[in-house]
Design a protein around this ligand. Structure first.
Ligand SMILES: *Cc1c(COP(=O)(O)O)cnc(C)c1O
Length: 398
């Protein structure tokens, strides 16, 4: 019996977290996705198509790199990276957007739909939609559109329709509502391509399963390189997909310490961070019960992080479960520490990491110092930082 690497119960709950907190008329839509997914999961033809795309299109397996220079400079535990930054499109997100696009296509859906904040999820979904051959529509706040011109262009060039959201805050929060409004117009023919291990069941399970490949590859590769398992695993947590992808393959081995790193932003005051598991309380958001940064009425609080992929007030329900049963420790990295880690990895190893991934690196650098030299840490380098260089240059006056 597995204790940690579990599937949700028949109602979609990991312990008390998850579920399908959605209008009753939408339940059949999500139930249909669940049963379709459970059937196709073990379908040889589907798996072959997905595996072929992951290998020849994404470029998997992504390597594991021993960061010799960084490890020597820190002088503690040895640091290794799982290089999801080397995937086509530069991050781990393509692993699950391809899975979602293939399922949508096989279910006969007419359109892939999603919202995006900074545009990373939008680009990953538009890419998958292009290669799988299904129309794609991305809702994005007008303010975000103005800030993220290159990603908007990418989505358009990839053939997606980008819908500007003019209501409310004109950012991610209202883009979610706008995309959801579009979804309920025709839920039969639309597939909502959720961007992380969040949302109503079966998405937290399904997206996790698509990201498991990260951990499964890493376990084999790490054994081959070092003849052992890592002593510690570290990944950043926004919604939690890259983290659970790596962690899943190692959860049952209790010898391994596992750390998820959340953004403590510019301070621990409400609105200055997105440290959901550290500072939130259980509540409901986007169709699930999970830890949530919320005000007294239970409404989601505004969140902030230097890394736009991490600023989400909720978190995947399996993380909430793994926190409560104390299998994973959730730690913090601030904007400042993450910027320093971004610069350090770039200068010492010649790898420019995404600002999201830099949170994991920042915490790893602190942890490594406290560990003996014969210990080994494996970090999920969830994405590359090319998208962040203008912002960092501006911030640090480079
Ligand atoms: C989106 C993103 C994240 C955060 O999403 P998770 O679901 O928590 O993995 C982390 N790193 C990169 C590079 C991203 O693009």
């Amino acid at each position: 019996m597995k204790k940690y690497d579990i599937n949700p119960d028949e109602n979609g709950y990991f312990g008390k977290y998850g579920g399908q907190i959605i209008p009753p008329d939408l339940k059949p839509i999500f139930d249909e996705i669940e049963s379709f997914y459970l059937n196709i999961k073990n379908d040889e033809d589907f798996q072959k198509e997905l595996r072929d795309l992951l290998k020849n299109y994404v470029g998997r397996p992504s390597p594991i790199y021993y960061a010799k220079n960084l490890s020597a400079k820190i002088g503690g535990a040895q640091i290794y990276f799982k290089r999801e930054d080397l995937n086509h499109t530069g991050a781990h997100k393509i692993n699950h957007t391809l899975g979602e696009a293939l399922i949508a296509k096989r279910m006969g859906k007419k359109k892939l739909l999603a919202e995006t904040g900074a545009g990373q999820h939008g680009v990953a979904l538009a890419t998958a939609a292009a290669v799988v051959g299904i129309p794609c529509e991305i809702h994005m706040g007008e303010i975000d559109i103005a800030k993220q011109a290159p990603n908007v262009l990418r989505m358009k060039i990839l053939g997606a329709k980008v819908v500007p959201v003019k209501m409310g805050t004109k950012t991610l929060k209202d883009a979610v509502d706008s995309a959801f409004g579009e979804f309920v117009k025709d839920p039969q023919n639309t597939f909502f391509g959720i961007g992380s291990v969040v949302g109503p069941h079966p998405f937290p399970m399904m997206v996790r399963d698509f990201q498991r490949i990260v951990g499964e590859e890493a376990r084999e590769q790490f054994k081959e390189i070092t003849k052992q398992d890592p002593d510690a695993l570290i990944a950043c947590v926004g919604g939690g997909s890259n983290a659970i992808g790596l962690f899943s393959a190692f959860l049952e081995n209790e010898q391994i310490d596992i750390y998820g790193v959340e953004p403590s932003g510019r301070s621990l005051n409400p609105g200055d961070h997105a440290a959901t598991l550290t500072l939130g309380k259980p509540g409901d958001i986007h169709g699930m019960h999970t830890y949530l940064l919320q005000d007294e009425e239970g409404n989601p609080e505004p969140v902030y992080s230097i890394a736009s992929g991490l600023d989400y007030p909720g978190v995947g329900p399996q993380h909430s479960f793994l926190k409560d049963i104390k299998r994973i420790k959730y730690e913090l990295a601030s904007d400042k520490e993450s910027l320093e880690a971004f610069m350090e990895l770039s200068k010492v190893e010649g790898i420019i990491p995404a600002l999201e991934s830099s949170h994991a690196i920042a915490f790893a650098m602190k942890l490594a110092k406290k560990m003996k030299k014969d210990k080994k840490i494996l970090i999920n380098l969830s994405g590359r930082g090319d998208k962040d260089i203008d912002f960092v240059a501006d911030k640090l006056n480079i």
